[in-house]
Design a protein around this ligand. Structure first.
Ligand code: CP
Ligand code: NVA
Length: 314
C-alpha cells in the first residue's frame, strides 16, 4: 500500500487495477477485523475534516464512524457554517485545514472545486461526491459485487437512467479497470460525459471488456449479472424535476426489465432511492436486491481508503 500513502482520491480513473485491488483487499481485511472485534487503530490520533456542500447520510456516517474505528476522529463542516459560505477561497481553506488535520474529505458541486482543494492542500484530499464523480461509492460497489459474485472481471453490468451522473461515470471507470462489461442506458440528452465515456471505453478495451452506451434499457439489461440505477434527480437538479420525471419515462427498473437479466443477477442502488421513480418497490425490496449490503460496505470501503492514504509508516 506504500504507493498510496499521501495520495489524493479524486476519481477511480487515476488508480491502477493493482491500487484499486489494494483498496478492496484492505476493505475485506478491515471488515473481518471489525466483525471479529479485533481493534484496528491504524490512524491513532489522526483527524479528518469533512466539508459538505450537499446533504449526506451514508457518506458522512461512514467516514465519521470509520475514523473512530481507526482510532482517530472526524469533524463535520457544513459549508453553510464555515467561511467558504461567506466567500473564503477553496485554496485558503485547503492551506488552513492542512495545518490542523491529517486528511480532508469534500462533497461539492463542480469537480474543479475538489481539484483546486487537492492542489492547495498538503494532506490527502478525498472526493466524497461531485456532480460528475462518486469514487468512494464505487469502491463499496466493487466490494459488494465481489462478495456476491466472487469476481468482477468477466461479469456483465448495466446502469439504467441518468447517464450524465456521478454514479454512471464512476461505475464506467471502475468496470473498465476491472474488465467488467458495462452498458449505460439513458434517454437522449442524458448520455454520459463524452470524455469520461471515451476514456473508460479505451481502458476497457485494453482490459478485454466493453463499455457502451444505448438508449434502450432492454438492450442494456439483457443477460446482465448486475443491474444498477440511481436517482433521476441528483442533488443540484431539483429545478428540473418535472422535465426529468417526464424525460425518464420508460427507464424505470421494474420486474419486466430485470426479467431480461440473468436469473441470479443482483440489483444495486447507491441510495437514497425513490421508489416508483427510478425503481419499483418490488425490485429494490425484492430477493435480488443487495442495496443494504452495498450501503454497509461504504463503511468498510471508506476505512480502507483512509488507511491506505493516511497511515503513517505504512
Ligand atoms: N450513496 C450516498 O453517497 O449516500 P449519501 O448521499 O447519504 O451520503
Ligand atoms: N447521483 C446522486 C447520488 C447521491 C448519493 C446525487 O448526486 O445526488
Amino acid at each position: 500500500a506504500a504507493t498510496l500513502t499521501g495520495r489524493d482520491f479524486l476519481t477511480i480513473a487515476e488508480f491502477t487495477e493493482d491500487e484499486l485491488m489494494t483498496f478492496l483487499n484492505t476493505a475485506v481485511a478491515l471488515k473481518t477485523m471489525q466483525k471479529q472485534g479485533v481493534p484496528h487503530h491504524f490512524l491513532n490520533g489522526q483527524t479528518l475534516a469533512m466539508i459538505f456542500e450537499k446533504a449526506s447520510t451514508r457518506t458522512r456516517v461512514a467516514f465519521e464512524v470509520g475514523m473512530y474505528h481507526l482510532g482517530g476522529s472526524a469533524l463535520y463542516l457544513s459549508s453553510k457554517d464555515i467561511q467558504i459560505g461567506r466567500g473564503e477561497t477553496i485554496a485558503d481553506t485547503a492551506k488552513v485545514l492542512s495545518r490542523f488535520v491529517d486528511g480532508i474529505m469534500i462533497r461539492t458541486f463542480g469537480h474543479d472545486v475538489v481539484e483546486e482543494l487537492a492542489a492547495n492542500a498538503d494532506v490527502p484530499v478525498i472526493n466524497g461526491l461531485t456532480d460528475t464523480h462518486h469514487p468512494t461509492q464505487i469502491i463499496a460497489d466493487l466490494l459488494t459485487i465481489y462478495e456476491h459474485k466472487g469476481k468482477i472481471g468477466g461479469l456483465k453490468a448495466c446502469f439504467i437512467g441518468d447517464g450524465y451522473n456521478n454514479m454512471a461515470h464512476s461505475l464506467m471507470e471502475g468496470a473498465a479497470a476491472f474488465g467488467m462489461d458495462m452498458t449505460v442506458a439513458s434517454p437522449k440528452g442524458y448520455e454520459p460525459d463524452t470524455a469520461i465515456f471515451e476514456a473508460a471505453k479505451a481502458r476497457g478495451a485494453k482490459n478485454g471488456c466493453m463499455i457502451a452506451i444505448t438508449d434502450s434499457p432492454q438492450e442494456a439489461a439483457e443477460d446482465c449479472d448486475v443491474v444498477i440505477t440511481d436517482t433521476w434527480l441528483s442533488m443540484g437538479d431539483e429545478a428540473e424535476k418535472d422535465k426529468r420525471l417526464h424525460d425518464f419515462q420508460g427507464f424505470q427498473v421494474d420486474d419486466a426489465l430485470v426479467s431480461l437479466a440473468k436469473p441470479d443477477h443482483i440489483f444495486m442502488h447507491c441510495l437514497p432511492a425513490h421508489r416508483g421513480e427510478e425503481v419499483t418497490e418490488s425490485v429494490i425490496d425484492g430477493d435480488h436486491s443487495v442495496v443494504f449490503d452495498e450501503a454497509e460496505n461504504r463503511l468498510h470501503a471508506h476505512k480502507a481508503i483512509l488507511k491506505c492514504l493516511m497511515e503513517k509508516d505504512a
